[in-house]
Design a binder for this molecule. Sequence first.
Ligand SMILES: NC(=O)c1ccc[n+]([C@@H]2O[C@H](COP(=O)([O-])OP(=O)(O)OC[C@H]3O[C@@H](n4cnc5c(N)ncnc54)[C@H](OP(=O)(O)O)[C@@H]3O)[C@@H](O)[C@H]2O)c1
Length: 297
Amino acid sequence: MSDRKILVTGASGKLGAQVVESLLKDLGVKPSQLIVTTRNAERLQTLAAQGVEVREADFFSAASLENAFQGADSMLLISMDATGPRTQAHLNAVAAAEKAGVDHIVYTSMGAAQSSPVVFAHEHAATENAINQSAIANATILRNNWYFENLPEYFASVLQTGHWLSSAGEGRVAQLSRKDLAFAAASALVKPAQGKVTLAMNGPQSLTHADMAKLIDKVLGTSTTMVHLTDEDYQAQLESFGLPAPIVDLCVTMDQHNRAQCSDGTSEAFETLTGKQPQPFEAWLQEHKADLIKLVA
Ligand SMILES: NC(=O)c1ccc[n+]([C@@H]2O[C@H](COP(=O)([O-])OP(=O)(O)OC[C@H]3O[C@@H](n4cnc5c(N)ncnc54)[C@H](OP(=O)(O)O)[C@@H]3O)[C@@H](O)[C@H]2O)c1
């Protein structure tokens, strides 16, 4: 392991915390090699106590960023979990990384970022473009597929109601776990830089929603009914539940994306990057069965 300084933004978040854990526990990075950023240093006191350097950085404060990124050789820019203003926030972070002399930037993008119909895809596309056009010598753009965790965190209604409303049709999605994606990001940070590359981070199987429903039923003992809808009917159903318009748009465009096979793919790039196979959906369901069962009505 070299003594390169590694910086992780968003280290207090769900993905960032797992990246930091992978760096320290799985990949042998020393706490003294690691810099983590947050808008509020108190959130990362536990890491500070372990000898990790904690710096404050707000993507909306361009001035704060250059100092915060100073001395970092490899840096992970975790996309902000907010749509709308995040393009400018990300562009601020890329510009600051360039000015601070970062040698390798890793970015968490999404599948088919340049062509996807998902409402927020343009934000990832703009960030990818800024990274590729920057003077930063090396970049690893990780086009992360959807997380298995979206099932309990955003689509728990599938488990709660036993009905999966979908306009994705026969679209295949190579989902994987957040933990595997965190390990992939950590692996990219410690690997020797290799110019600018864009890698699709996919799970080991590409499944339709109906395939996933069958595996959910097999592991959880549920009986999920697939409700296949057109985009228009899916939108009308979601609106009838009183969901806010941005959430409706997100769900409908996600299924357009899935139907267009924008998240189809294989896990070769993941395996080359990490040296391991990502966890299959059925194994993930088994691992989290006790928590998932609690969501079932
Ligand atoms: N592919 C998928 O299926 C999928 C699913 C879920 C999420 N995601 C994406 O994964 C990314 C990480 O998600 P997560 O679940 O880890 O998010 P999270 O737990 O909500 O954490 C968000 C992180 O962003 C940081 N942040 C927010 N605003 C910031 C700002 N103005 N300046 C600097 N840092 C800021 C926060 O840091 P502080 O509060 O400490 O400053 C926090 O660490 C997001 O882009 C999200 O969209 C993808």
